[in-house]
Design a protein around this ligand. Structure first.
Ligand code: NAP
Length: 290
C-alpha cells in the first residue's frame, strides 16, 4: 500500500490564501464513548501526525458529543497545526442562533476559534441572515473562514453573493464514485469563483469499495499499478481537481494510515479515464446528500 509517510500533498483552499492537505478526517459517527472511543482518539491523532490536519465535525454529530470528543482528542496538539471545521444546524442558523451555536461549539471543542464554520445544509432561515452571522464570527475572531454544505451550484453562488467582507471558502458536498453529480456544476462553478469543494462520504460509508475490489475491477488494477490500495485510488481520484479536498472518516489506526497514504498518490489521465468508464458520472440531477 502507498506509504503513509510519503508527504501529504497540500493545495490552495479556494481563495482563502492558505494551503490545506488534500485528505482530512471526518468525525460523523465516531465511537465517542464506550470501549472504542480511545482507539478512535488514537486514530485521529495518528492521522494528524500523518498530515491529515483538517478535522471535520458538526454540532449535529452525537448532539454535540462528537465536538466534545474531538476537543479531548486534540488537547495538547499545537493549535496552529490544526484546521478545525464545524457546522451549525439549519434550525439554529438565524443571526443570533448562529452566533450562539458557534459559542457552544467552541466551548465543547475547548478552542478559542475554529478555522472553518459552515452552515450544515440550506434551511428555513434566510441565507442572507446566516451569511451575515458567519461574517460577524470572522470579525469577532471566532472563525477564520466560513463555508456552506449541501448547497447546489445556484444556492452556493447566492450564498456567496451575501458575503461582503469575507469570501466563501468552501462548499462541503456528497461526492464518491457512485455519486458524481457535483462534477456537472458544483465543482466547476466553485472553481471559477475560488471556492473549495470538500467531498464528504468519499467511500459511500465504506460499502462499495470492498465488493468492487473483490471483483478485481479497475480500482484493484490501479492499486496494483501504483503500489496502493483501492481506497487510496478512490481518494486520489476524488481529489484530482485543483479545488477538491476530501474528509474520510476512520476510527481505526490502520484505516487512518491507509487513507493518509493516498495524500501523495497522483493518477494520470489514463487512470482517471479508466475509473470514469467503470463509474460513470451519469446525467445531471438535483444535488444528492445524506
Ligand atoms: P466515509 O468516510 O465514506 O466512510 C466511513 C466508513 O469507512 C467507516 O465505516 C470507516 O470505518 C470506513 N473506512 C474509512 N477508511 C477505511 C479504510 N482505509 N479501510 C476500511 N474502511 C475504512 O463516510 P462518512 O463518515 O459519511 O463521511 C466522511 C465525513 O464527511 C464524515 O465523518 C463527516 O465528517 C462528513 N460528512 C458530512 C456531511 C454533511 O452533510 N456535510 C454528511 C456526511 C458526512 P472505521 O470507522 O471502522 O475506521
Amino acid at each position: 500500500m502507498a506509504n503513509p509517510l510519503r508527504k501529504m500533498k497540500a493545495k490552495p483552499f479556494g481563495n482563502s490564501g492558505i494551503d490545506l492537505p488534500v485528505i482530512g478526517q471526518g468525525t460523523w459517527d465516531v465511537p465517542e464513548s464506550g470501549p472504542r472511543a480511545a482507539e478512535a482518539k488514537r486514530a485521529i491523532r495518528r492521522g494528524i501526525e500523518l498530515g491529515m490536519t483538517h478535522l471535520d465535525t458538526a454540532e449535529m454529530y452525537g448532539n454535540g458529543r462528537v465536538e466534545l470528543w474531538l476537543g479531548e482528542a486534540i488537547a495538547g496538539v499545537p493549535r496552529e497545526s490544526l484546521f478545525v471545521a464545524t457546522k451549525v444546524l439549519p434550525g439554529n442558523a438565524h443571526y443570533h442562533g448562529t452566533l450562539d451555536a458557534a459559542e457552544r461549539s467552541l466551548m465543547r471543542l475547548g478552542l478559542d476559534y475554529v478555522d472553518l464554520f459552515m452552515l450544515h445544509w440550506p434551511g428555513e432561515h434566510p441565507i442572507e441572515e446566516t451569511m451575515r452571522a458567519l461574517e460577524r464570527l470572522v470579525e469577532d475572531g471566532k472563525t477564520r473562514f466560513v463555508g456552506i454544505s449541501n448547497f447546489d451550484a445556484a444556492e452556493m453562488l447566492e450564498a456567496a453573493s451575501f458575503l461582503r467582507a469575507v469570501q466563501l471558502a468552501c462548499n462541503q458536498v456528497l461526492y464518491h464514485l457512485r455519486e458524481r453529480g457535483v462534477e456537472h456544476d458544483v465543482i466547476p462553478a466553485a472553481r471559477e469563483r475560488g471556492i473549495a469543494v470538500v467531498a464528504y462520504t468519499p467511500f459511500g460509508r465504506g460499502q462499495f469499495p470492498r465488493a468492487q475490489a473483490a471483483q478485481g475491477g479497475v480500482l484493484e488494477a490501479l492499486a496494483r499499478k501504483h503500489d496502493a490500495t483501492p481506497r487510496q485510488v478512490i481518494l486520489a481520484f476524488l481529489t484530482r481537481e485543483t479545488n477538491v479536498f476530501t474528509i474520510p472518516k476512520a476510527s481505526r489506526v490502520e484505516h487512518v494510515e491507509e487513507n493518509a497514504g493516498a495524500g501523495a498518490l497522483a493518477l494520470d489521465a489514463a487512470d482517471v479515464a479508466a475509473i470514469e468508464a467503470e463509474f460513470p458520472r451519469g446525467e445531471k440531477s438535483p444535488l444528492a446528500s445524506l
